[in-house]
Structures are given as C-alpha cells and as structure tokens.
Design a protein around this ligand. Sequence first.
Ligand code: HEC
Length: 152
Amino acid sequence: MKPTRIYPHRTNARRDRRAGLGASLLTAVAICLALASQAAEESSPARARLSGEQAFAACAACHSLADGAVHKVGPNLWGVYGRAAAQAEDYAYSPALAAAGLTWTRENLFAWIAGSEAMVPGSWMLFQNNLQPDEVMSLIDYLAAHGGTGGQ
Ligand code: HEC
C-alpha cells in the first residue's frame, strides 16, 4: 500500500523553492558569463589602439575643436586644456559644472572622460565611451595641441 501524502502542499512548496533556486542559479551564471566576456573584451588586443585624433571621434558628435568654431551640444573645446572649467563664451553650461571650480588639468580631464557624471554630479555631458586609458592619454594630448595652455 502506498504511503498517503499527508501534506501535499508542503511537497509543492519544496518543488517551488527548487524551481526558484534553479532560476537564481541561471541568473548568476548569466551574470558570470557577461562579466567574463566583458573582461575578455577589455584584455584582448583585438582592436588597434586609437590615436588621439581617432579617439576624438567619440567626442566630435557633440564638440568642435577648432579656434572659433561653433558650439554643438557641448562647448567648443579649443583651448580647454589648462583652462578653468565652463569658460567657453556663449555656451550655457550646467549650474553644476559652472560651480565646480575645476581646472582642466590632465588628471581632471582623465577623470571627466572616464565618468563626467560621477566626477561632477548634475553635469550635462551624458556620455559613456569604451576608450582605453592609453587612448584617453593620447586624446588629452590631442586636446592640449588645440589651443591648450599650462603644460601639465
Ligand atoms: C553626447 C554629447 C557629448 C559627447 C559625445 C561628449 N561630450 Fe563633452 N560635453 C557635453 C556637454 C553637454 C558638456 C557641457 C556639460 C555641462 O555643462 O555640464 C560637455 C563638456 C565637456 C567638457 C568641459 C568643457 C568646459 O569648457 O569646461 C570637456 C573637457 C568635454 N566635454 C570633453 C569631452 C571629450 C574629450 C569627449 C569625448 C571623449 C566628450 N566630451 C564627449 C557633451 C558631450
């Protein structure tokens, strides 16, 4: 004679819990895979390093760089290197950047390009890039060569 199930709801509850565990394991695996492929992408030499000029393509949609050029969504960056932040004429900066009291040294430009929103919360440069650190260095040299001052 088969044993009678006295608490069928308990059995179900256990099965449900197992299903839940399976789903969260799958999620964990998916996250690990995503992290692994991201790491592989970062460490693989698959794409050639960009020059400063090439890296500026990531900025050119929103920034001009020639002396006297018109502003786009972002300010013209002629002479920005070594200058105090938020000084381009006739450009309406965010109150956050205008009040930040920053000077565009190499270090500050590096931090800004890595994450402007984190560096100056409330600033308006909503933009992310996947430039490598040495590409950002070349990009900063390229900016410095366009009207830059200060020699930092
Ligand atoms: C999606 C548009 C966009 C892109 C792409 C972009 N920027 Fe900007 N950038 C802005 C805006 C908008 C501001 C003004 C931010 C504010 O007022 O808070 C700004 C401000 C700046 C400033 C401060 C200028 C000053 O006069 O103080 C620098 C430096 C700068 N961007 C560099 C870059 C660089 C370098 C890149 C490429 C790696 C880049 N930006 C890409 C929109 C953009």
